[in-house]
Design a protein around this ligand. Structure first.
Ligand code: HXC
Length: 260
Protein backbone atom coordinates (compact mmCIF):
# COMPACT_ATOMS: atom_id res chain seq x y z
CA UNK A 1 0.00 0.00 0.00
CA UNK A 2 1.45 3.38 -0.89
CA UNK A 3 0.57 6.54 0.99
CA UNK A 4 1.30 10.23 0.51
CA UNK A 5 2.22 11.23 4.08
CA UNK A 6 3.13 8.03 5.90
CA UNK A 7 5.35 5.00 5.30
CA UNK A 8 4.56 1.47 6.39
CA UNK A 9 6.77 -1.59 6.54
CA UNK A 10 6.83 -4.89 8.36
CA UNK A 11 9.66 -6.66 10.14
CA UNK A 12 8.46 -10.17 10.97
CA UNK A 13 5.32 -9.74 13.07
CA UNK A 14 6.02 -6.06 13.75
CA UNK A 15 4.44 -3.26 11.69
CA UNK A 16 6.29 0.06 11.57
CA UNK A 17 4.27 3.14 10.63
CA UNK A 18 6.22 6.36 10.05
CA UNK A 19 4.68 9.81 9.71
CA UNK A 20 6.59 11.19 6.76
CA UNK A 21 6.34 14.98 6.47
CA UNK A 22 9.76 15.87 7.86
CA UNK A 23 9.79 19.36 6.29
CA UNK A 24 6.64 20.24 8.27
CA UNK A 25 8.01 18.42 11.35
CA UNK A 26 5.46 15.66 10.67
CA UNK A 27 2.51 17.96 11.40
CA UNK A 28 -0.74 16.02 11.55
CA UNK A 29 -2.77 17.15 8.56
CA UNK A 30 -6.14 15.66 7.64
CA UNK A 31 -4.37 13.50 5.03
CA UNK A 32 -2.05 12.12 7.74
CA UNK A 33 -5.08 11.28 9.87
CA UNK A 34 -6.90 9.57 6.98
CA UNK A 35 -3.80 7.54 6.11
CA UNK A 36 -3.09 6.58 9.72
CA UNK A 37 -6.67 5.36 10.05
CA UNK A 38 -6.11 3.11 7.01
CA UNK A 39 -2.69 1.91 8.18
CA UNK A 40 -3.93 1.04 11.68
CA UNK A 41 -6.97 -0.75 10.21
CA UNK A 42 -4.65 -2.77 7.94
CA UNK A 43 -2.45 -3.66 10.93
CA UNK A 44 -5.48 -4.67 12.99
CA UNK A 45 -6.83 -6.84 10.15
CA UNK A 46 -3.57 -8.68 9.40
CA UNK A 47 -3.32 -11.78 11.60
CA UNK A 48 0.41 -12.08 10.88
CA UNK A 49 1.07 -8.72 12.56
CA UNK A 50 1.17 -8.75 16.35
CA UNK A 51 2.64 -5.41 17.45
CA UNK A 52 3.04 -2.00 15.78
CA UNK A 53 5.36 0.95 16.21
CA UNK A 54 4.43 4.53 15.29
CA UNK A 55 7.27 6.99 14.77
CA UNK A 56 8.17 10.14 12.83
CA UNK A 57 10.62 10.50 9.97
CA UNK A 58 13.73 12.64 10.28
CA UNK A 59 15.77 13.40 13.35
CA UNK A 60 13.76 16.32 14.64
CA UNK A 61 10.15 15.42 15.26
CA UNK A 62 7.69 12.67 16.07
CA UNK A 63 4.98 15.23 15.24
CA UNK A 64 5.00 18.96 16.03
CA UNK A 65 1.22 19.02 16.37
CA UNK A 66 -1.94 19.28 14.37
CA UNK A 67 -1.31 21.13 11.10
CA UNK A 68 -1.61 24.80 12.10
CA UNK A 69 -1.64 25.98 8.47
CA UNK A 70 -4.62 23.73 7.74
CA UNK A 71 -6.52 24.89 10.83
CA UNK A 72 -5.80 28.61 10.68
CA UNK A 73 -8.70 29.57 8.37
CA UNK A 74 -11.22 27.04 9.54
CA UNK A 75 -14.43 28.35 11.09
CA UNK A 76 -15.58 27.26 14.54
CA UNK A 77 -18.74 25.84 12.99
CA UNK A 78 -16.62 23.56 10.79
CA UNK A 79 -14.60 22.29 13.76
CA UNK A 80 -17.85 21.55 15.58
CA UNK A 81 -19.83 20.10 12.67
CA UNK A 82 -16.96 17.85 11.56
CA UNK A 83 -16.38 16.85 15.19
CA UNK A 84 -12.78 17.83 14.41
CA UNK A 85 -10.23 15.52 16.10
CA UNK A 86 -12.99 13.01 17.00
CA UNK A 87 -11.71 10.34 14.60
CA UNK A 88 -8.33 10.02 16.33
CA UNK A 89 -9.96 8.29 19.28
CA UNK A 90 -12.91 6.63 17.53
CA UNK A 91 -11.06 5.32 14.44
CA UNK A 92 -7.57 4.63 15.79
CA UNK A 93 -7.55 4.21 19.59
CA UNK A 94 -10.84 2.35 19.92
CA UNK A 95 -10.47 0.14 16.85
CA UNK A 96 -6.86 -0.96 17.33
CA UNK A 97 -7.22 -3.79 19.80
CA UNK A 98 -3.72 -5.10 19.13
CA UNK A 99 -0.80 -3.35 20.86
CA UNK A 100 1.13 -0.40 19.48
CA UNK A 101 4.05 1.62 20.76
CA UNK A 102 4.89 5.28 20.06
CA UNK A 103 8.63 5.65 19.39
CA UNK A 104 9.12 9.38 19.98
CA UNK A 105 12.20 10.63 18.15
CA UNK A 106 12.02 14.41 18.75
CA UNK A 107 9.29 17.01 19.19
CA UNK A 108 5.94 15.59 20.30
CA UNK A 109 3.96 18.79 20.69
CA UNK A 110 0.25 19.51 20.84
CA UNK A 111 -1.47 16.85 18.75
CA UNK A 112 1.91 15.08 18.49
CA UNK A 113 2.09 14.64 22.26
CA UNK A 114 -1.57 13.66 22.27
CA UNK A 115 -0.99 11.07 19.52
CA UNK A 116 1.96 9.58 21.41
CA UNK A 117 -0.26 9.29 24.49
CA UNK A 118 -2.87 7.37 22.45
CA UNK A 119 -0.31 4.56 22.09
CA UNK A 120 -0.23 1.74 24.62
CA UNK A 121 3.08 3.14 25.82
CA UNK A 122 5.84 5.47 24.74
CA UNK A 123 9.53 4.78 24.20
CA UNK A 124 11.41 8.06 23.82
CA UNK A 125 14.78 8.96 22.39
CA UNK A 126 16.94 11.07 24.68
CA UNK A 127 16.25 14.13 22.52
CA UNK A 128 12.44 13.80 22.70
CA UNK A 129 10.51 16.87 23.79
CA UNK A 130 6.89 16.75 24.90
CA UNK A 131 4.50 19.65 25.32
CA UNK A 132 0.97 21.02 25.01
CA UNK A 133 1.72 24.51 23.61
CA UNK A 134 -1.80 25.11 22.26
CA UNK A 135 -2.37 27.92 24.76
CA UNK A 136 0.20 29.99 22.84
CA UNK A 137 -2.04 29.70 19.77
CA UNK A 138 -5.06 30.93 21.70
CA UNK A 139 -6.57 27.47 21.95
CA UNK A 140 -6.19 24.35 24.11
CA UNK A 141 -5.58 20.62 23.62
CA UNK A 142 -8.26 18.97 21.47
CA UNK A 143 -7.03 15.40 20.95
CA UNK A 144 -6.91 14.31 24.59
CA UNK A 145 -3.99 16.30 26.00
CA UNK A 146 -5.77 17.73 29.01
CA UNK A 147 -7.19 14.29 29.87
CA UNK A 148 -4.51 11.75 28.97
CA UNK A 149 -1.61 13.95 30.13
CA UNK A 150 -3.33 14.57 33.47
CA UNK A 151 -3.95 10.85 33.97
CA UNK A 152 -0.33 10.10 33.03
CA UNK A 153 1.59 12.70 35.04
CA UNK A 154 -0.95 14.07 37.53
CA UNK A 155 -2.75 17.39 37.87
CA UNK A 156 0.04 19.65 39.05
CA UNK A 157 2.51 18.92 36.27
CA UNK A 158 -0.18 18.61 33.59
CA UNK A 159 -1.71 21.93 34.58
CA UNK A 160 1.70 23.60 34.57
CA UNK A 161 2.49 22.15 31.12
CA UNK A 162 -0.86 23.24 29.65
CA UNK A 163 -0.80 26.72 31.20
CA UNK A 164 2.80 27.58 30.32
CA UNK A 165 3.09 25.61 27.07
CA UNK A 166 6.61 24.62 28.07
CA UNK A 167 8.36 21.55 26.74
CA UNK A 168 9.36 18.58 28.87
CA UNK A 169 12.54 16.70 28.00
CA UNK A 170 12.90 12.93 27.85
CA UNK A 171 14.50 12.51 31.25
CA UNK A 172 11.72 14.46 32.99
CA UNK A 173 9.11 12.59 30.93
CA UNK A 174 10.45 9.27 32.19
CA UNK A 175 10.60 10.52 35.78
CA UNK A 176 7.00 11.75 35.42
CA UNK A 177 5.70 8.41 34.06
CA UNK A 178 4.81 9.85 30.67
CA UNK A 179 7.16 7.41 28.93
CA UNK A 180 8.05 3.79 29.66
CA UNK A 181 11.73 4.22 28.89
CA UNK A 182 14.29 6.53 27.33
CA UNK A 183 16.99 5.23 25.00
CA UNK A 184 19.85 6.88 23.07
CA UNK A 185 18.50 8.61 19.97
CA UNK A 186 20.33 6.38 17.50
CA UNK A 187 19.05 3.22 19.19
CA UNK A 188 15.38 4.26 19.28
CA UNK A 189 13.98 2.18 16.42
CA UNK A 190 16.13 -0.85 17.24
CA UNK A 191 14.98 -0.70 20.88
CA UNK A 192 11.34 -0.18 19.89
CA UNK A 193 11.56 -3.15 17.50
CA UNK A 194 13.11 -5.31 20.22
CA UNK A 195 10.30 -4.46 22.64
CA UNK A 196 7.67 -4.94 19.91
CA UNK A 197 9.17 -8.32 18.98
CA UNK A 198 8.97 -9.40 22.63
CA UNK A 199 5.29 -8.46 22.70
CA UNK A 200 4.72 -10.14 19.32
CA UNK A 201 6.15 -13.35 20.80
CA UNK A 202 3.47 -13.48 23.50
CA UNK A 203 0.22 -15.45 23.11
CA UNK A 204 -1.80 -13.06 20.91
CA UNK A 205 -5.17 -13.41 22.63
CA UNK A 206 -3.57 -12.86 26.04
CA UNK A 207 -1.88 -9.76 24.61
CA UNK A 208 -5.18 -8.22 23.57
CA UNK A 209 -6.69 -9.21 26.91
CA UNK A 210 -3.87 -7.60 28.90
CA UNK A 211 -4.25 -4.39 26.88
CA UNK A 212 -8.02 -4.35 27.40
CA UNK A 213 -7.62 -4.82 31.15
CA UNK A 214 -5.04 -2.08 31.63
CA UNK A 215 -7.13 0.33 29.55
CA UNK A 216 -10.14 -0.48 31.74
CA UNK A 217 -8.26 1.13 34.63
CA UNK A 218 -8.68 4.46 32.82
CA UNK A 219 -12.36 4.06 32.04
CA UNK A 220 -13.89 2.52 35.16
CA UNK A 221 -14.13 2.56 38.93
CA UNK A 222 -11.84 0.14 40.78
CA UNK A 223 -14.73 -2.26 41.48
CA UNK A 224 -15.81 -2.31 37.81
CA UNK A 225 -12.21 -2.69 36.61
CA UNK A 226 -11.57 -5.59 38.98
CA UNK A 227 -14.66 -7.37 37.64
CA UNK A 228 -13.51 -6.82 34.03
CA UNK A 229 -10.06 -8.15 34.98
CA UNK A 230 -11.44 -11.30 36.63
CA UNK A 231 -13.88 -12.05 33.81
CA UNK A 232 -11.25 -11.65 31.09
CA UNK A 233 -8.81 -13.74 33.14
CA UNK A 234 -11.47 -16.44 33.52
CA UNK A 235 -12.18 -16.42 29.76
CA UNK A 236 -8.46 -16.79 29.03
CA UNK A 237 -8.31 -19.94 31.17
CA UNK A 238 -10.50 -21.60 28.53
CA UNK A 239 -8.04 -20.79 25.72
CA UNK A 240 -5.81 -23.31 23.94
CA UNK A 241 -2.88 -21.01 24.66
CA UNK A 242 -3.45 -21.24 28.43
CA UNK A 243 -3.17 -25.05 28.19
CA UNK A 244 -0.13 -24.75 25.94
CA UNK A 245 1.52 -22.02 28.08
CA UNK A 246 1.25 -24.02 31.28
CA UNK A 247 2.36 -27.26 29.62
CA UNK A 248 5.31 -25.46 28.02
CA UNK A 249 6.35 -24.10 31.43
CA UNK A 250 6.22 -27.55 33.03
CA UNK A 251 8.06 -29.14 30.09
CA UNK A 252 10.69 -26.31 30.18
CA UNK A 253 10.16 -25.25 26.55
CA UNK A 254 8.85 -22.21 24.62
CA UNK A 255 5.10 -22.02 24.00
CA UNK A 256 3.76 -22.69 20.54
CA UNK A 257 0.88 -20.20 20.35
CA UNK A 258 -2.38 -20.72 18.50
CA UNK A 259 -3.77 -17.25 19.25
CA UNK A 260 -7.01 -18.61 20.68
C1 HXC B 1 2.18 23.10 10.54
C2 HXC B 1 4.36 23.20 11.23
C3 HXC B 1 3.98 22.82 12.55
C4 HXC B 1 2.60 22.56 12.80
C5 HXC B 1 6.12 23.11 12.50
N1 HXC B 1 5.68 23.35 11.26
N2 HXC B 1 5.10 22.77 13.32
N3 HXC B 1 3.45 23.33 10.24
N4 HXC B 1 1.74 22.73 11.77
N5 HXC B 1 2.14 22.17 13.99
C6 HXC B 1 6.47 23.77 10.10
C7 HXC B 1 6.95 25.21 10.22
O1 HXC B 1 5.92 26.09 9.83
C8 HXC B 1 8.11 25.22 9.26
O2 HXC B 1 7.62 25.27 7.95
C9 HXC B 1 8.72 23.83 9.46
O3 HXC B 1 7.68 23.02 10.05
C10 HXC B 1 9.89 23.83 10.41
O4 HXC B 1 9.50 24.45 11.61
P1 HXC B 1 10.32 25.64 12.29
O5 HXC B 1 9.39 26.34 13.20
O6 HXC B 1 11.05 26.45 11.28
O7 HXC B 1 11.40 24.81 13.12
P2 HXC B 1 12.11 25.22 14.49
O8 HXC B 1 12.51 26.67 14.46
O9 HXC B 1 13.17 24.20 14.72
O10 HXC B 1 11.01 25.09 15.63
C11 HXC B 1 10.47 23.81 15.95
C12 HXC B 1 9.18 23.95 16.79
C13 HXC B 1 8.21 24.91 16.06
C14 HXC B 1 9.54 24.53 18.16
C15 HXC B 1 8.61 22.57 16.97
O11 HXC B 1 8.06 24.46 14.71
C16 HXC B 1 6.86 24.98 16.67
O12 HXC B 1 6.67 25.62 17.71
N6 HXC B 1 5.87 24.36 16.04
C17 HXC B 1 4.49 24.44 16.46
C18 HXC B 1 4.25 23.60 17.67
C19 HXC B 1 2.81 23.71 18.12
O13 HXC B 1 2.34 24.80 18.47
N7 HXC B 1 2.09 22.58 18.12
C20 HXC B 1 0.70 22.57 18.51
C21 HXC B 1 -0.15 22.73 17.29
S1 HXC B 1 -1.85 22.88 17.69
P3 HXC B 1 8.20 26.30 6.84
O14 HXC B 1 7.29 26.11 5.68
O15 HXC B 1 8.18 27.63 7.48
O16 HXC B 1 9.59 25.77 6.63
C22 HXC B 1 -2.38 21.34 18.00
C23 HXC B 1 -3.80 21.15 18.43
C24 HXC B 1 -4.55 22.44 18.43
O17 HXC B 1 -1.69 20.39 17.89
C25 HXC B 1 -6.01 22.30 18.61
C26 HXC B 1 -6.72 23.47 17.96
C27 HXC B 1 -8.17 23.26 17.75
Amino acid sequence: MSYETILTETDGAVTIITINRPKALNALSSVVLAELIEAFAAYQADDSQLCAILTGSGDKAFAAGADIKEMSDKAAADFYLEDFFGDWTSKIVKTTRKPWIAAVNGFALGGGCELAMMADFIIASDNAKFGQPEIKLGVAPGMGGSQRLTRAIGKSKSMEMCLTGRMMGAEEAERSNLVAKVVPHDDLIAEAKKTAATIAGMPPMATIANKEMVNSAFEMTLDQGLIVERRIFQILTASEDKKEGMEAFIEKREGNWKGR
